[in-house]
Design a protein around this ligand. Structure first.
Ligand SMILES: O=C(O)CCC(=O)C(=O)O
Length: 281
């Protein structure tokens, strides 16, 4: 469970860091499961329903960029998403009714792992209220050299930063970000970072010889209902399930206005969208 100091940190800064949240056996189990899933896939021949490959590698390259929805498909990740200590911690932040929302495993492989540009998660899936968070579990020892998470403390209290150009959603912040105010979060494998859905965050490419595997689980208050925006709304909510309490029949609103992402084209992923944005497409 979270300490009072961690709860205060989350509310004030938009994140809190919990070293040693997962013990070594759980981390090893999650890594073994991910390795099994990844084995045998190449850039040219892989299960595109379940994973995305790093693009800058030869056709036979085996570097995976992201596993999609591990908590829906794989036992150990699923067990983690239902872990009492984890859901209890989310309950401390958002109250008794909690939905699991989605999961992903960002591999950020050694020497190749892609950049994640500054963004706020809720810009992708507007909700009636902002009680939404991601828990990022470092599965490898992580520091700036292998692409640690960077967060802008306190910015989750402000209006959403601009993520659009010419009215189209870019999947990244399109105004200038004062990186001098950012905090880089280092931690050993097993560290959990609870990060608010409005906290601006990013991470650099991994130029080191060490992987930076991070398992990311998102939860939200069960009375945060998606604001309907066509097929993307359904896509973003496909894996949602109640994990604590009940689903209130009443949506709660704590935002008076919120930008709705307008997509120019169909996009495969955050990386894809951010890449196109960098190229001005
Ligand atoms: O892996 C990271 O460094 C950040 C992940 C992230 O923001 C995302 O996948 O949406």
């Amino acid at each position: 469970m979270l300490t009072q100091e961690q709860i205060h940190g989350f509310n004030t800064d938009g994140f809190t860091v919990c070293p040693g949240f997962l013990d070594v056996d759980i981390v090893d189990g999650l890594l073994a499961e991910a390795s099994e899933v990844i084995a045998g896939n190449t850039r040219d021949q892989h299960d595109a329903e379940r994973m995305e490959m790093e693009p800058d590698q030869p056709p036979q390259g085996t570097a995976v960029r992201r596993l999609y929805e591990p908590c829906s498909y794989y036992l150990r990740a699923r067990e983690l998403s239902d872990m009492e200590q984890l859901i209890g911690s989310v309950e401390q932040l958002f109250g008794p009714n909690i939905l699991f929302h989605y999961s992903k495993l960002n591999v950020k492989p050694a020497n190749l792992g892609s950049v994640v540009e500054w963004h706020q998660d809720l810009s992708y899936y507007p909700m009636t209220n902002s009680d939404s968070l991601a828990v990022l579990f470092y599965l490898d020892d992580t520091d700036e050299s292998n692409g640690a998470l960077k967060i802008l403390p306190g910015a989750h209290h402000q209006a959403l930063l601009n993520h659009s150009i010419d009215g189209y959603f870019q999947g990244r912040v399109t105004e200038s970000v004062d990186e001098s105010k950012a905090v880089s979060i280092s931690g050993d494998a097993g560290t959990a970072i609870f990060m608010h859905g409005l906290a601006p965050h990013a991470s650099a490419p991994n130029a080191s010889a060490r992987n930076r595997r991070t398992l990311i689980l998102s939860y939200r208050a069960a009375d945060a209902y998606p604001i309907y925006n066509g097929p993307m709304t359904q896509k973003h909510d496909l894996h949602a399930r109640l994990v604590r309490g009940e689903r209130p029949a009443m949506a709660r609103f704590n935002l008076t206005q919120f930008p709705i992402p307008q997509y120019k084209d169909e996009v495969a992923s955050l990386y894809d969208l951010q890449q196109r944005s960098r190229e001005g497409l």
